[in-house]
Design a protein around this ligand. Sequence first.
Ligand code: MN
Length: 241
Amino acid sequence: MKPYIGITCGHDWDKNMIYINENYCRAVEAAGGSPVLIPPLDDEVLIDRMFDIADGILIAGGPDVDPVFFGEEPRPQNGKISPIRDKTELRLAYKAVSENKPIFGICRGMQVLNIACGGSIYQDIFSQIKNVDVLKHTQNAPDWYGTHTVKINKNSRLFKILGVHELRVNSFHHQAVKTLAKGFAANAYSSDGIIEGIEKTGDGFAVGVQWHPEEMWEKEPRFLNLFEALVKATLGKIKEK
Ligand code: MN
């Protein structure tokens, strides 16, 4: 039984394109799931239909979220936004957490998960964080290559998934989680104090990482554990029914 993992897609309204990096699908396949692509949708009824079809949700990486969703006006560094993608993903994430459907958020996806549940993000870590030397989180290196270290909280679900308390990860972000959503805990940090992972405390599988494991697992199989954990949690929920 290969559960349906609904993967959200990117939206380039400039080019009239809906897109997804193939590696998200390949990682879900390798982890034993059936990837189902969820396009950006404006109609809430359709978003909810896609939510119902999916046994588990994977919120993919991408550009920036409209800061209106965490109560801020846009700073100049805030990048390209898609209102339809925001709407789709925020609704899927909120529903997944409230209905205990397993959800995994990658990069922007982790930020969406946090915002959907009431948290906020830095619109731009490089200009907004002033009291510490912020690391290079926008790497100039191959996608699969880990350029900075993260430390993982030993009491976390993430530690159980990855089995190590420190590892090198890739980094392609200028935003990061600022205030955590209620019911969530940070489970990983880089040395500059940036939150690199979050998870829902207590029951239910809602995990996010700031890096891109879908680019890394072929060279470092440990990162496939994240996708396997999502599929396993999804199978667990199906059995409950
Ligand atoms: Mn980073």
